[in-house]
Design a protein around this ligand. Structure first.
Ligand code: NPG
Length: 364
């Protein structure tokens, strides 16, 4: 048994600007687990710098090799279901843990001939595709980009916002494209002192405002929720089923963005989903500029019943000229769920080789 850690670097077709930074490349850490059952793939969604959360790819690699793999090597687990428990003694690092669990789960499901969506309990064969649009140099540029995406068939648009880039771009998109499904994402760029600016979004009938305040401010979000009409969705704040339960109990959010990497894995993501479903809190699948490996897992997760809003699940070409797997393509504004066992897609060996920056084999 062993694990290959493969760092790949894919240039983005255009820079992606958020309130926390600018991404020009996707540097992904891919995990190939070789278990007694076979092999499987996972993607660590940590970016190259700790802008979205504290994790970043180089650190994730170190955490995996120095702390997580020795725990797996020590035994005490036999299935993917038991991986999180075996890793629990290491605090934090959900993205590193999720990548390992995903690869091991993929190996298990490929060996059993079971698609990931089926294993998770999915109820859809295709999922609606939403698109996230970064902060642009001008409102005109933003409107042109949105026009292109709607022309391709995307079912909902998410605009990145920050103080000073909110009401004007939202108003422009609303005015130009009528009642298109529209939402915004602040990545925690506001404070309660900005309540008026956030309330100014009320007239635009947005589906939701995502993570307006800081990650750790559940109480502030609950206060804000009483002062604005737009539903609040939490992303960065929801790091486990425990924090999801707290956010729901406090009234901090009425929608949840679910990302397996952020909560430590697909299996914890399913628990968060189940909790939200039980509380009638809609969920949708977030994105972290994943390559086809991570995207395939996200698409499978988004087939669960509680995913009632379109996710940040875009076609591969929205981000990459060449993806490392056969590309995900839009079909009538949807992505098809891979039908094969496990995540249902394989990296293309030639592309993988070309885009690999570094790789390392760790024997367990
Ligand atoms: O479609 O994969 C996608 C990207 C969607 O906006 C998106 N992701 O804050 O949710 C986010 C944001 C992000 C991008 C976060 C890159 C971290 C890195």
């Amino acid at each position: 048994m062993g694990v290959e850690l493969r760092e790949v670097k894919l240039p983005l077709v255009e820079a992606f600007v958020t309130s926390t930074g600018t991404e020009t490349d996707r540097e992904a850490l891919l995990v190939r687990a070789v278990t007694p059952l076979g092999e499987g793939w996972g993607e660590c969604v940590a970016g190259s710098a700790p802008h979205y959360s504290a994790e970043y790819a180089a650190e994730a690699r170190e955490v995996i090799t120095r702390f997580l793999l020795p725990r797996l090597a020590a035994g005490g687990w036999s299935t993917a279901e038991e991986v999180a428990g075996a890793l629990a003694g290491v605090k934090g690092h959900p993205m590193a843990k999720a990548a390992l669990e995903s690869a091991i789960l993929d190996a298990e499901l490929r060996a059993a001939g079971v698609p990931l969506a089926t294993h998770l309990g999915g109820v859809r064969r295709r999922v609606p595709a939403g698109v996230a649009v970064g902060i642009t140099a001008s409102v005109g540029e933003l409107v042109d980009l949105v026009e292109g995406y709607l022309g391709s068939g995307y079912r909902r648009v998410k605009l990145k916002i920050r103080p000073g880039w909110d009401v004007v771009p939202v108003a422009a998109v609303r005015e130009r494209f009528g009642d298109v499904a529209l939402q915004v994402d602040a990545n925690g760029a506001y404070t309660l002192a900005d309540t008026d600016a956030l309330a100014a979004l009320d007239p635009f009938e947005l589906l939701l405002v995502e993570q307006p305040l800081a990650d750790d401010d559940l109480v502030g979000h609950a206060q804000l929720a009483r002062r604005i009409r737009t539903p609040i969705c939490l992303d960065e704040s929801i790091t486990s089923s425990g924090s999801a339960a707290a956010a729901i109990a406090l009234g901090s959010c009425s929608v949840v963005n679910l990302k397996p990497g952020r909560v430590g894995g697909l299996l914890e993501a399913r628990r968060v989903h189940d909790l939200c479903l039980a509380h009638q809190v809609p969920v949708w699948c977030g994105g972290m500029l994943e390559t086809g490996v991570g995207r395939a897992a996200n698409v499978a997760l988004a087939t669960l019943a509680g995913f009632t809003l379109p996710g940040d699940l875009s076609a591969s070409e929205r981000y990459f000229a060449t993806d490392i797997t056969p590309p995900f393509v839009l079909d009538d504004g949807h992505l098809d769920v891979p039908r094969g066992p496990g995540i249902g897609v394989d990296p293309l060996p030639e592309v993988l080789r070309r885009l690999t920056v570094r790789s390392e084999w760790v024997r367990l």
